[in-house]
Ligand binder design. Sequence first.
Ligand code: ADP
Ligand code: ADP
Length: 224
Amino acid sequence: DAAIHVENVTKIYEGDVRALDNVNLTVPRGTIFGLLGPNGAGKSTLINILAGLVNKTAGSASVWGFDIDRDPRNAKASIGIVNQEITFDPFFTPAETLDIQAGLYGVPRNAKRTMELLKAVRLEDKADAYARTLSGGMKRRLMVAKAMVHSPPVLILDEPTAGVDIDLRRQLWDYVRELHAGGVTVILTTHYLEEAEELCDRIAIINHGKLIADKPTRELVNMA
Ligand code: ADP
Ligand code: ADP
């Protein structure tokens, strides 16, 4: 089975905006997969459909073999998603943030596991600080830890390095590689070709809602 399988997916938003037009895509397990395209191409729409946050207009999709319509709970349990927006309460600490997330996913709260997650994103020193006092990079890392609380086999990162400086970008890249080495299939959206080239085994290009390429990185870069 694939990590992600998308078949003939179309999304038309209100106002006749065709954000996705008959997209077919397979993300093999064990890859770092890049979804590349300019602003407005449909990247967020596609990942929000996979995460169960946006309803598709037509087509079918599955996550880790679970159909998102027929088996939404298992599909959702198989995915962790990091959006661009920061979505934790600034008046809770990182440790509390992860405990709350565990509660939402029905994962037993466990102080040891919480510290492991924080260690993985190098926030163990900040476990008990108010989240509002974290730097921008720390906040992004906490978002990643939060997405990994239920140990999903697939992690999706929406524009993980948009607007971050080069040092933080490299830190996030290293962290993505560590997760991948630990067995997680990673999908990231980006509009930077260099970022996809640096990190990804395979790249799909989306433009105006249509998939226009889907190739191993080496092949794609040789074409450009
Ligand atoms: P991105 O490029 O990451 O998708 P956007 O600024 O385009 O960021 O979108 C931010 C949020 O606004 C997303 O959740 C998206 O679904 C929503 N959005 C984008 N365009 C529209 C629109 N035309 N009408 C309503 N919501 C929109
Ligand atoms: P990307 O993530 O590649 O920037 P999006 O998926 O955010 O692209 O957007 C694809 C298209 O759908 C854009 O034209 C955007 O304006 C539109 N769009 C996104 N979200 C909404 C929404 N909630 N309502 C209406 N149009 C939207």
